[in-house]
Design a binder for this molecule. Sequence first.
Ligand code: ADP
Ligand code: MG
Length: 371
Amino acid sequence: MHLHNLRLINFKNYTDQSVECSSDVNCLVGKNGSGKTNFLDAVYYLSFAKSAFNSTDHHNIRHGQEYMSLLAQLQLNDSEVDIQCSIPVGQKKIVKWNKLSYEKLSEHIGRMPVVLISPYDTDLIRDGSELRRKFFDMMISMFDKAYLENLIRYNRFLKQRNSLLKEGSIKKSWDQTLIDTYDLEIIKLSNSIAKTRDEFTDSITNYFSNHYERISGNQEQTYILYESEVIKENFVGRYKAQIEKDKLLQRTTMGVHRDDFLFLIGDRPIKKFGSQGQQKSFAISLKLSQFQLLEDRLEQKPILLLDDVFDKLDDLRISVLIELITSKRFGQIFLTDARPERTKEILSDYKGSVQFFGVEDGRISPMPLSS
Ligand SMILES: Nc1ncnc2c1ncn2[C@@H]1O[C@H](COP(=O)(O)OP(=O)(O)O)[C@@H](O)[C@H]1O
Ligand SMILES: [Mg+2]
């Protein structure tokens, strides 16, 4: 699977830019602020129908413009497909696959798998549980549509239940029958989501330890543990017993929206006790596991986006990545670097086709390798 070409119209700092891509490695080089990460984000957007960085969709539209559009041709097995993601003027986002709109955006997820490795990945370790849940949810959703549907339904019921709790506390009277109806759904969906998350945590652990060992250069035992009230004893009883607390706090205090994933080295949480180096190794190993797992489940290599990794990583971790790149472990790659000489040096042993692009102030032009 690889992108043949991509056209960005009013996406962030791009006006109207077309790019013909190499099926192997594409390197975007240019000064800070020129638009390199924005380009990677456009590829990410085509996969997830949203930006990796801006949760507000309209922030992806070029300042002063009213719409944006991303158009791409993707080689998928033996066929070529058109993908379009647009935010039209004053309308909801549109995603099209071969010119046909999806009824639900969730149908698109997983069709063009992408893995992004960026300097922000350590946020996954350091930040709160929401980011980790999103990371795991997104990954599972790529190959398990029922899971994604359950998650969407769960969030809908949760939102409704929370509004009901708020409303009740204003009126000082709660619609218990309606709360009970929501609870039936929330409990059922919680059980199903927790089961999938629990099983998934086991399967990613299998991939993870190998990557961590290679990337960190040592043999420490690592663990990824799923932490949830839902899989502990008597969840239903404890959930029901929380109702007075929920009324008081005006929100649902138990359920899979409170889950977390714990990352341990030995028996210590890496969030608290890991060195910066260990956290970086952990984060990259997570992403490499994500790549391998998606490749196995979806039976194709995801497109790999490497944002500024040569700049921000140290030698050992870079050398493992380079080894994986030169041994053609990955499929199509897009990488960014502010220093072209370094990337050229790194890729000098690479046998596949490499295309360099110069990025300057929202314009991209192909560069001959010798320049
Ligand atoms: N919606 C937008 N409209 C116009 N410019 C934007 C928008 N969003 C981001 N930018 C600009 O994009 C530039 C950053 O691009 P980025 O891809 O992060 O650069 P880099 O090459 O350093 O990776 C900044 O100058 C920022 O102002
Ligand atoms: Mg950048």
